[in-house]
Design a protein around this ligand. Sequence first.
Ligand code: G3P
Ligand code: MG
Length: 256
Amino acid sequence: MFEKLPTPTIFAHRGASAHAPENTLAAFELAVRQYADAIELDVKLSADGEMVVFHDQTLERTTNGSGWIHEHSLAALKELDAGCSFDVTFCDERIPTLAEVFESVGQKTYINIELTNYRSPRDTLPEKVVTLIEQYSLAERVFFSSFNPIALRRAHKLLPQIPLGLLALSGIGGAWARSALGRSIPYQALHPALSDVTPRLIHKQHQHGCRIHAYTVNHPEDMARLFAWKIDGIFTDDPLLARGILDKLPKPEGDA
Ligand code: G3P
Ligand code: MG
């Protein structure tokens, strides 16, 4: 499906999370209205094995709940408010399931599904996500990413036609992923931290026929620099801002 994405791709990181509460239906729907090319979301399992879209391992930062998300059932998570702490106008927002996101925007955009089973790297998250993708016939509209190579391998085994993005931690922690060692994972895109992106790293990925998508790029100067370096995509909380920066750049020769 990467061939369907424009270059550079503007990924709405956790949805249009600068303007709506992250990883909520409001943020994903806003990203579509703001002409993001694709959205990025974080999925993990609740205590009763349901696929929920949520970034942190704990509930405090973005909800009125507390404790570990993996210790709460879906029913308990659905009681929580996931929007008020962002802005009172979003107090109706709830933690969505992956199925709810698919229903809401699955046919309207492309989706980077980050498999975030980092606390339980061998759980059944990849298998469950693959089953849901098939149920919603979204194999042409999604791709996987993760810092967890086990999850990527398992998803790839089940649906090899879906591209993989290998996430690299910033600095020394992500060195293996950015090096030739990372290529033991059959990825088609490297996802490095903004601070690690150089023209050389971009060139290296392109030489291997891979795309490179950087996270998380929220400042106009960084956007302009990465676009000029021919990055293939950026994850940004503010797709509207990124679109404005991209539109102001000189168009490559041959483009209308
Ligand atoms: O996928 C890019 C980015 O989302 C990875 O980091 O922590 O925001 O999920 P994080
Ligand atoms: Mg993420």
